[in-house]
Design a protein around this ligand. Structure first.
Ligand SMILES: Nc1ncnc2c1ncn2[C@@H]1O[C@H](COP(=O)(O)OP(=O)(O)O)[C@@H](O)[C@H]1O
Ligand SMILES: [Mg+2]
Length: 145
């Protein structure tokens, strides 16, 4: 297992660190669960990852209501899921999670994936985000199997 603990002090710091975190997730395809409370920085991390893959960062917003967003980079694609509002495993299947996971050129990044044991069982790793001592400080614990 690869385990790394990284700290940022600002949103821009997180956007910049995202490339390092993304590289720890490779090679694709990989499904990774992003954990942390509301406002921890999960979506910000995805934005940085999408940007580092050559996708337009402007497209990256929280898929709270749409559940899935897709960002096409130059080589790899990101599927960005937010399962906060999802209740049942069947809904997960309906979203097409299995197809996303099987896409050889994709990283599947899942906010609130820990709600579903079936997601945790298939995830290849997780990033656990916690607050630091200062208001804009964030810790990123990256654990890849
Ligand atoms: N170092 C940091 N990294 C990421 N976000 C930060 C940081 N410091 C402050 N923030 C703020 O925290 C919030 C993170 O929001 P978001 O990425 O949507 O979190 P989540 O998806 O985990 O709910 C934003 O309001 C952002 O401005
Ligand atoms: Mg979010």
């Amino acid at each position: 297992m690869i385990e790394k603990r990284l700290k940022t002090r600002s949103v821009n710091g997180t956007l910049a660190l995202a490339q390092n975190i993304m590289e720890l997730m490779l090679p694709a395809p990989r499904m990774v669960v992003l954990r942390g409370d509301l406002g921890a920085g999960k979506t910000t991390l995805v934005k940085g990852i999408a940007q580092s893959l050559g996708a337009s960062a402007d497209d990256v917003t929280s898929p709270t209501f749409t559940l899935v967003h897709e960002y096409q980079g130059t080589k790899l694609k990101v599927y960005h899921l937010d399962l906060y509002r999802l209740e049942k495993d069947e809904e997960l299947l309906a979203l097409g999670l299995e197809e996303m996971e099987a896409d050889p050129n994709a990283l599947v990044l899942v906010e609130w994936g820990e709600k579903f044991p079936s997601v945790m069982a298939r995830a290849r790793g997780q990033v656990v985000i916690t607050l630091g001592e200062e208001p804009d400080e964030r810790w990123f614990l990256v654990q890849m199997l």
